[in-house]
Design a protein around this ligand. Structure first.
Ligand code: PLP
Length: 375
């Protein structure tokens, strides 16, 4: 049996009529840039997350960049984040001229560890600490980081919080949606995401009206009035076509989340008696299961076995960010963040997507059991 990592063709078939109509609507209008579709989608994401202001941008990476810029973070500043995430989280910090400061993750949840943030802030000299301006917690795999603790730390130290929600639309903690805790939330609509477009896309949300106005200015070359440029900006707009497609998909998102959660529950039930370790779902968290991840010994042999049996298991992420070649000058080395380093060698993610059939889920479970039994 062949089980892909996700099946976007199957998803498209379930909503083809509405998607085709939405695409046609945009083509008929011939309004491709920042049209009513983008405004409507921004309002719908604001309503979905309960955060009043939203700005559609060209990607999740740009959402992080423009959010950082909107809060004045740039040259000479430092931003705390996790080394165990997709590269774009730290890349955005570097691209605005700031420096990422990594803090290791909690070995139970794989999200940034608030105790270690506190330790870093305690042990950093006053001079350096004054340059730390923000924290980017990443809601990895679709589970909220410990936002209560992180928000308290931020308040105490006067730091901005930009939530990296790229993997976490629909996740919540004690009923509060991902992206609604911090100063801003940054979302990605990359096609493989839980809410994925037919190309790149992203969104910044915030309770701060001025910050979103700044993002909206930055996404059109720093301009509010046409051809008058108040500052240097970007060309970073969400396409009308993407917005129209994403509006159709947003209506299905909660149903799709339920389907992901049901599959995760089946995996949990099957794997916990086998002693397989998965990230702990922290109290109060509703996980969005962008990924279903486990940590295993002999991970590479395990992935190969699954692949050989037609199951497209993948590793997110094999190299922690402090060990990336481009970050050599930050001064970290092997051993700087042992939990991230260990998990980078142990994690693998199994296929999880709403259209994954029961038959395929059972096949994956059986294949995992076979591997464990063979030893
Ligand atoms: C955690 C995280 N941050 C940022 C991004 C960047 O998003 P995009 O690919 O839309 O630029 C991604 C996704 O690719 C991600 O997984």
């Amino acid at each position: 049996m062949e089980v892909p990592l996700l099946d976007l063709k199957a998803q498209y078939q379930t909503i083809k009529k509405d998607i085709d109509e939405a695409v046609k609507r945009v083509i008929d209008s011939q309004y491709f840039i920042l049209s009513g579709e983008v405004n409507a989608f921004e309002e719908e994401i604001a309503a979905y997350t309960g955060v009043p202001y939203a700005a559609g941008v060209a990607s999740g990476t740009d959402a992080l960049i423009l959010a950082l810029k909107a809060f004045g973070i740039g040259e000479g500043d430092r931003v705390i984040t996790s080394p165990f995430t997709f590269f774009a989280t730290a890349e955005a910090v570097s691209l605005v001229g700031a420096k990422p400061v990594f803090v290791d993750i909690d070995p139970k949840t794989y999200n940034i560890d608030p105790d270690k943030i506190e330790k870093l802030l305690r042990e950093t000299s006053h001079e350096l600490r004054d340059t730390i301006k923000a924290i980017i917690p990443v809601h990895l795999y679709g589970q909220c980081a410990d936002m209560d603790r992180i928000m308290r730390i931020a308040e105490e130290h006067g730091l901005k919080i930009i939530e990296d929600c790229a993997q976490a639309i629909g996740a919540s903690n004690n009923g509060r949606p991902a992206g609604s805790f911090g100063d801003a939330g940054a979302f990605s609509f990359f096609p493989s995401k839980n809410l994925g477009g037919f190309g790149d896309g992203g969104m910044v949300i915030s309770n701060d009206k001025q910050a979103i106005e700044r993002v909206k200015k930055l996404r059109v070359h720093g301009s509010v009035e046409q051809y008058i440029h108040e500052e240097l900006g970007y060309n970073s707009r969400l396409d009308s076509l993407q917005a129209a497609i994403l509006r159709v998909k947003l209506k299905k998102l909660n149903e799709w989340l339920d389907a992901r959660r049901a599959i995760a529950a089946k995996y949990d039930e099957a794997f916990s008696p086998l002693g397989i370790i998965t990230p702990k779902v922290a109290d109060g968290n509703a996980h969005a299961y962008h990924q279903y991840t486990m940590a295993v010994e002999e991970r590479d042999r395990f992935v190969q076995y699954l692949n050989d049996n037609g199951i497209a298991a993948r590793v997110y992420y094999p190299v922690p960010l402090h060990l990336q070649p481009c970050y050599r000058d930050l001064g970290y080395s092997i051993g700087s963040f042992p939990i991230s380093e260990e998990l980078a060698e142990k994690v693998l993610s199994l296929p999880i997507y709403p259209e994954l059939s029961e038959e395929k889920v059972n096949y994956i479970i059986q294949t995992v059991k076979d591997f464990i039994a063979k030893g």
